[in-house]
Design a protein around this ligand. Structure first.
Ligand SMILES: Nc1ncnc2c1ncn2[C@@H]1O[C@H](COP(=O)(O)OP(=O)(O)OP(=O)(O)O)[C@@H](O)[C@H]1O
Ligand SMILES: [Mg+2]
Length: 551
């Protein structure tokens, strides 16, 4: 079924045709197709002649050995992804795609890992030398069998080796190369820095990185802004801003979708309701869309017309929050195989989801995912997140950082804490310190909901010890229960600091006097002296191997 979905999407996109009757017959033998619906497709590209011409010019320059970044910006639904999709039609281009998601904290090197797993890059990984495979195994656990286990490395060395290995792997996929990152406003900082590295370090590579991003989500502190500013200064970045469609363009798009020109009152209504946002134009003109609905309600209405099984599968897929394999979705829905296949196929036929990458599906638009998630009531959400967490735990590629939030939303606090802690370890392994701190702080905050007892106190001490800074200082900002639990460690930490300080001040050979009286609540004089007693100094264990249970 997936092969059919990929084949149909490719034929539609690249040639504007449907699969042959023979291919369709094989597909129909797999799923019971209700109404003979046409393969879902996107309307032909419409308007935007100037922006399209700029994109083509940038591509020609990049493909001739002047690597660059093109950033397509604009509001949600305005057509950024659709314009970037046009790149793939360029003859001879090798394309690797990734999409970022509005997760609680993006996974370090997540976008880079998606590029590495894309078909043209993955197909050539085996040609890399063992040292490069060893570095890449830090991001792709599936390479572990082919590589020497990676070692902990100092930060600068790790970055140097890892970026070098990723760069060689991507550029080995063929040329001219397009690296597309959709929704880059949610991309991880490490992958965005990689873009800068690639374009700078391979000055004659036949490479175009194309990013789409919602302009309103990029402030001056966003890591993408730093990358575009630096590349602008080198003359290697082009931004193409998209505005809403004009009335004439809206009319043209409507005609392409329906096959007939709208009458003037119909066009007035469509333009008024959609305000020239192509997403709402497309959704309003889908067969069966109620005339009275406008804007976001159109999308909710579309979901309401799904069969119960397909609607349930859409809700579960939305809770996953990013691209998903059919296996993970099947395991999370709990539908039997026949019902699941029919439900997923219905979602695909109705254009709710699309095939993405070599082995995954995703919603055809983030707005549809949002609407499907909003349709889940709170009790159902908990249940669904628990099922998703369990399914991800058993899947091959799921990162700890992707699993933890599902347990959290499910109200399974102990598991959530455990997976946040694992996520922190995986982040430390990649020197993604901000991610590690965020995960540890989340685990610590959640630990306040666990039952009192020595296990919880021990856990909290461990989390506080892993955080940078003094445990006592850290504990001060925590809820009363947490700071009470950590008090003994804070006292010990202060005593050690005082002893160290006195030892430095005493003449050689003198014994260290006993510590002063312990008045636990008052901060001691040694607080600010000496090196930090605790912090992310211990090297974590290697990231969890696929399928392995948490400790
Ligand atoms: N120029 C165009 N011609 C035909 N269809 C278009 C055009 N622009 C956008 N569309 C259609 O409008 C819908 C929304 O476009 P798209 O997904 O590209 O928006 P977006 O800007 O990427 O939104 P978001 O920020 O939410 O990702 C899609 O169905 C897309 O196919
Ligand atoms: Mg988009």
């Amino acid at each position: 079924m997936r092969a059919y979905h990929v084949c149909a999407a490719t034929l539609e996109r690249e040639l504007g045709i449907d699969p042959s009757p023979e291919t369709r017959a094989v597909y129909e033998s797999l799923v019971t197709v209700g109404q003979a619906e046409k393969t879902p497709g996107t309307p032909p590209f419409t308007g935007r002649a100037a922006e399209r011409a700029r994109l083509a010019a940038v591509w020609r320059a990049a493909a001739s050995g002047h690597p660059r970044l093109v950033l397509v910006t604009g509001e949600a639904g305005v057509g950024k992804t659709r314009l970037a999709d046009e790149l793939r039609a360029q003859p001879g281009a090798v394309t690797a795609e990734a999409r970022a998601y509005p997760a609680e904290g993006p996974l370090a090197y997540g976008v880079a890992a998606a590029w590495l797993r894309s078909a043209p890059v993955a197909a050539r990984l085996s040609r890399l030398g063992r040292p490069d495979l060893t570095e890449l195994a830090r991001l792709l656990p599936e390479l572990a069998a082919r590589a020497t286990p990676p070692e902990p490395l100092p930060e600068a060395e790790l970055r140097h080796r890892l970026l070098g290995a990723i760069g060689r792997a991507l550029l080995a996929a063929g040329a001219p190369l397009q690296l597309i990152v959709d929704d880059a406003q949610w991309a991880d900082a490490q992958s965005l820095r990689l873009i800068h590295y690639l374009i700078r370090s391979a000055p004659s590579a036949r490479l175009l990185v194309a990013a789409t991003a919602r302009r309103e989500e990029l402030d001056e502190n966003h890591p993408l802004t730093a990358v575009t500013t630096a590349l602008h200064a080198l003359g290697r970045c082009t931004e193409i801003g998209l505005s809403r469609l004009s009335r004439e363009e809206t009319a043209m798009l409507a005609e392409r979708i329906t096959g007939a020109a709208l009458d003037p009152p119909g066009l007035d209504r469509l333009y008024g309701d959609s305000e020239g946002n192509p997403l709402f134009v497309v959704e309003a003109l889908r067969p069966g869309a109620p005339a009275a609905q406008k804007g976001p309600a159109v999308i909710a209405g579309r979901l309401a017309r799904l069969s119960p099984a397909a609607a349930a599968a859409a809700g579960v897929a939305a809770a996953i929050g990013q691209a998903f394999t059919a296996d993970v979705l099947a395991a999370s829905t709990g539908l039997d195989e026949q019902a699941f296949v029919a439900a997923l196929d219905e979602l695909w036929r109705r254009g709710i989801v699309r095939a993405q990458g070599p082995n995954a599906y995703d919603f055809s638009h983030g707005r549809i995912r949002d609407a499907a998630y909003a349709a889940l009531g709170p009790p159902r959400r908990r249940h669904v997140h628990l099922a998703v967490a369990r399914a991800l735990e058993r899947s091959e590629h799921a990162a700890a950082a992707a699993i933890a939030p599902h347990y959290e939303h499910a109200g399974a606090t102990a598991e959530a804490v455990r997976w946040h802690e694992r996520a922190a370890e995986a982040a430390q392994w990649l020197h993604a310190h901000a991610d590690a701190v965020r995960a540890l702080e989340r685990a610590l905050a959640l630990s306040g909901e666990l039952p009192d007892g020595p296990d919880t106190a021990g856990l909290q001490l461990r989390l506080l010890t892993a955080l940078p800074g003094r445990p006592g200082d850290r504990a001060a900002g925590q809820p009363a229960r947490v700071s009470a639990a950590v008090q003994p460690l804070a006292v010990l930490d202060r005593d050690l600091a005082q002893r160290r300080q006195r030892r430095r001040l005493l003449p050689p050979g003198r014994r260290i006097p006993p510590p002063p009286g312990r008045t636990a609540a008052r901060p001691g004089p040694g607080r600010t002296a000496g090196p930090p007693a605790c912090g992310p100094v211990r090297w974590p264990r290697p990231p969890r191997r696929p399928g392995a249970p948490p400790p």
